[in-house]
Design a protein around this ligand. Structure first.
Ligand SMILES: CC(C)(COP(=O)(O)OP(=O)(O)OC[C@H]1O[C@@H](n2cnc3c(N)ncnc32)[C@H](O)[C@@H]1OP(=O)(O)O)[C@@H](O)C(=O)NCCC(=O)NCCS
Length: 166
């Protein structure tokens, strides 16, 4: 079984070779600095530390010592939830997000996960396209799920059944 604490996984972007490795608490300040740049309601450092401590799969994409992105996945009882996924703005559009998502989906499949779920802002059409292309389907809406600049924003719920894709 592929486990992130056992390997550094090579991730091939269009113009560079990056690797995926486990996120440590020492990475959290850098991860959080990226988080503040890429999302309107960034997670705090404490949330990332809590995710590491409870044993969620927390990984970073690294190239030449720089963190270019990260992902957080929880899994258990046949279900996984993709809780966070981001690539720094300067490296977006180079295939890294797709590669990181594929890595996390493969990891969930190797753990016997049957369904992987995630939420995405209704305004985040780039991420929606990424998830559609990866094989996710929209299965519902969570009203007012996210804080937004003016009030709240709905989330689309996406799901992928992994057992169908074996
Ligand atoms: C969503 C995100 C992780 C995608 O990562 P990325 O490395 O830029 O994406 P990739 O280059 O791997 O592209 C993967 C797919 O995403 C979509 N995509 C990426 N950039 C796009 C753009 N500018 N316009 C439209 N679709 C785009 C496409 O479907 C693309 O596949 P394709 O190249 O085969 O058409 C990244 O944009 C990001 O970090 N955004 C901010 C944080 C965020 O929204 N996270 C998701 C929360 S649910």
């Amino acid at each position: 079984m592929i486990e992130p604490d056992q390997m550094h996984h090579q991730l091939r972007g269009h113009d560079l070779n990056a690797s995926i490795r486990p996120m440590s608490v020492l990475d959290v300040p850098k991860v959080c600095a990226i988080e503040q740049r890429v999302t309107p309601a960034p997670w705090s450092e404490q949330i990332f530390r809590d995710c590491i401590h409870v044993g969620y799969t927390c990984v970073v994409v690294e190239h030449a010592g720089d963190i270019l992105g990260y992902g957080v996945l929880s899994s258990g009882a046949g279900e996984a939830h993709l809780l966070n996924l981001a690539i720094i703005p300067e490296r977006q559009g180079a295939g890294l997000g797709k590669g990181l998502l594929q890595y996390l989906v493969d990891l969930a499949r190797a753990r016997g996960v049957e369904t992987i779920l995630l939420e995405v802002r209704v305004s985040n059409v780039i991420a929606q396209r990424l998830y559609h292309q990866a094989g996710f389907n929209e299965v519902g809406i969570r009203k007012d799920y996210y804080p937004a600049a003016h009030g709240r924003e709905d989330a689309q719920i996406y799901a992928m059944t992994l057992t169908d894709r074996l």
